[in-house]
Design a protein around this ligand. Structure first.
Ligand code: KDG
Length: 311
């Protein structure tokens, strides 16, 4: 049984060192919020499994090869011979600003459906991680995620919902319609401050959203504040963690790193303070290097940022 089971669409990210419009070389990387989280957790020595649909072409092979190299379990993956891998083009626009474009409509990953998830869910996990990206990909993917959340709760597997609103995939109103009900199945909800009302009433403030989530059975709400760190709400109160003082060169994947760090702390049985510190540490590693997940630390490297006190 894995510690972490996560479900989503893995993308191939093609990165250019400068503006895409200027042409030049692209480098090939694995991307996708859920696979980033799986890699982060696996690098710290936990057992992580990723499931989704992967094309049978070269990009699909690349995806599986990267995940296997990171020690992420891919036994539950469904191969899709009819659809391509979703692509993400990323350009480095300034030293610390990157810009992203998707070519993912009709991709293998977006064709995810309930049947793809039955066996992995039956195999169990200590935690199921879902994001608000997957339900935006297609009707069948939305149904699959709803089914997975319900099946996990029925099997006693806690669910972590990582909101991750993607404005290019759907509107805030469409997202809220799906994500607010989904959050009721979660024990942990992770959102950035501007995503909070997507799991609550439109325009509701942080304390109102948190109170409502607690009422619905959520026990921990993490509010990501970017360079300001994060706030954790539990029924015992509110705790803040600062971001570490590092030089940010690429923030893509930072939220996924934060989640991976938090979950790693949870798997290690750390208290809330320890889980938040590990989350902040992984976030700091992620923003300090280019790439979606390449810069994530192995366990022995966690102490490399000791002394980069919280800002
Ligand atoms: O969090 C990083 C992700 O945004 C990136 O890897 C691509 O999953 C992705 C998405 O849908 O935006």
């Amino acid at each position: 049984t894995p510690d972490l089971l996560t479900v989503g669409e893995a993308l191939v990210s093609l990165r250019s060192a400068g503006p895409l419009a200027a042409g030049g070389a692209l480098t090939t990387h694995l991307a996708g919020a859920e696979s980033n989280v799986a890699v982060g957790v696996a690098r710290l020595g936990h057992r992580a499994a990723w499931v989704g649909r992967v094309s049978t072409d070269e990009f699909g092979e690349f995806t599986l090869r990267q995940l296997r190299a990171e020690g992420v379990g891919v036994d539950g993956v469904t191969r899709d011979p009819d659809r391509p891998t979703g692509l993400m083009f990323l350009e480095q626009r300034t030293a610390d600003v990157t810009r992203v474009q998707y070519h993912r409509a009709g991709s293998a990953g977006s064709a995810l459906r309930v049947d793809d998830l039955r066996a992995p869910l039956a195999a169990g996990a200590r935690m199921l991680h879902l994001t608000g990206i997957t339900p935006a990909l297609s009707d069948t993917a939305r149904e699959a995620i709803r089914w997975a959340a319900e099946a996990a709760v029925a099997a006693g597997i806690p669910v972590c919902l990582d909101v991750n609103h993607r404005v290019r995939l759907w509107s805030r109103d469409s997202a809220r319609e799906v994500l607010a009900p989904l959050a009721g199945h979660a024990s942990t909800v992770i959102a950035s401050a501007d995503e909070l009302d997507l799991v609550g009433d439109p325009g509701a403030d942080e304390s109102a959203v948190v109170a409502e989530l607690f009422r619905r059975g959520v026990d921990t709400v993490l509010v990501k504040l970017g360079s300001e760190g994060a706030r954790a709400h539990t029924p015992a109160g509110v705790e803040h963690v600062g971001a570490l003082a590092v030089t940010a060169v690429d923030t893509v994947g930072a939220g996924d790193a934060f989640t991976a760090g938090y979950l790693s702390g949870w798997f290690d049985g750390l208290d809330l303070t320890g889980r938040l510190r590990r989350a902040a540490t992984l976030g700091a590693f992620a923003v300090s290097s280019r790439g979606d997940c390449e810069g994530l630390p192995r366990r022995a490297e966690l102490s490399l940022l000791d002394g980069h006190e919280a800002g």
